[in-house]
Design a protein around this ligand. Structure first.
Ligand code: NDP
Length: 311
């Protein structure tokens, strides 16, 4: 199977106009990996009119997409051969290596949307370049229903070859927003993991909060939930100040809720957890750090000083 509408020669991948029918012609691409996320990307590209070649280890997962207009490839190597732009959305980095093992990547633009560590992305970039391909790593900041739904706000962080990104930015932007975060191929993965880590910290607090009210018959979790969501959203407004303080090295200016004041309140949190028969295990490591920073001269600071305790 060959690519008849390759965009390799175009400086950008904006749809061109076919001379015969005067209809916009979208550049073709290949997608390997049709799990929940890969399928969502495939549907978005098909809906936007992109000729799409697909391959999946378990072929039956391609059937619905083929019925919607995707071209099936019999092997990963055949799928790679079909387009200049090759996208992988597989389980993990090992499955990317396995899948592309026998494929000829010479002259290909490989975009890997598979979640992995920064060092895996950097190693994969060297691996791809050694095989003659340009490489871009993507970190998907969305869940499948957000793909192809611009108003949902999902986006993909990209890092690696800026030339590749610029050449295919219109195609890459069809399923979700795009943010190029630099030439280091590991930086999309790093920022992806950093953002998700912030989310897990938030969800740890959310779990503790629901546990606190869990024993009360007259506080319905569904009624409490919007209060919690509003509060957490409001508190996220303090994040930019932490970033500014880390950049300036001044952790005290503008602080209105000092660590000293907050450390004094820890007994209230632990006492409330004990009263409600809730384990404080999600909060105590953070409280311990707050105490440590306050006791070593950081009592007038906010949270910026805690970052240094981790490194
Ligand atoms: P799924 O588990 O739904 O799909 C996994 C895909 O990887 C399938 O196509 C599977 O093929 C394939 N695969 C697994 N192992 C191999 C292998 N050894 N060789 C070839 N193919 C293999 O995962 P998702 O589609 O949800 O996720 C894909 C990527 O997107 C992951 O890296 C995930 O972290 C990332 N992501 C997912 C999000 C989500 O909410 N779903 C959110 C953000 C990122 P087969 O069908 O044959 O099993």
């Amino acid at each position: 199977m060959t690519d008849t509408t390759s965009d390799a020669a175009s400086p950008t991948d904006s749809p061109s106009v076919s001379s015969s029918a005067s209809l916009p012609v979208s550049p073709s691409l290949t997608l390997l990996g049709l799990g929940a996320m890969g399928t969502a990307f495939a549907r978005a590209w098909l809906a936007a009119g992109y000729p799409l070649t697909v391959w999946n280890r378990t072929p039956s997962r391609a059937e619905a997409l083929v019925a919607e207009g995707a071209r099936p490839a019999a092997s990963a190597a055949e799928a790679v051969a079909a387009s200049t732009l090759v996208v992988t959305c597989l389980l993990d980095d090992a499955s990317v290596g396995e899948t592309l093992e026998g494929a000829d990547l010479t002259g290909k633009d490989l975009v890997d949307l598979t979640t992995g560590t920064p060092s895996e992305a950097r190693t994969r970039a060297v691996w791809a370049e050694a095989r003659g391909a340009r490489f871009l790593s993507g970190g998907i900041m969305a869940v499948p229903p957000m793909i192809g739904t611009p108003e949902a706000g999902g986006y993909v962080l990209y890092s690696g070859s800026q030339d590749l990104f610029e050449a295919h930015r219109t195609t890459l932007a069809a399923p979700a927003g795009t943010r190029f975060v630099g030439g280091n191929p590991g930086h999309a993965a790093l920022q992806d993991v950093a953002l998700l880590s912030g989310m897990y910290g938030m969800l740890a607090g959310v779990a503790h909060a629901f546990a606190l009210i869990g024993g009360e018959k007259d506080i319905a979790p569904a009624e409490f939930a919007p209060l919690l969501a509003e509060w957490v959203a409001a508190m996220s407004g303090t994040i930019p100040q932490i970033g500014e303080q880390l950049a300036s090295g001044d952790y005290e200016s503008g602080v209105t809720s000092s660590l000293e004041m907050q450390v004094a309140g820890i007994k209230t949190f632990l006492g409330t957890a004990a009263d409600q028969n809730v384990s404080p295990e999600l909060l105590t490591p953070f409280f311990d750090m707050m105490r440590r920073q306050a006791e070593t001269g950081g009592g007038g600071e906010g949270f910026a000083g805690l970052v240094g305790l981790l490194t």
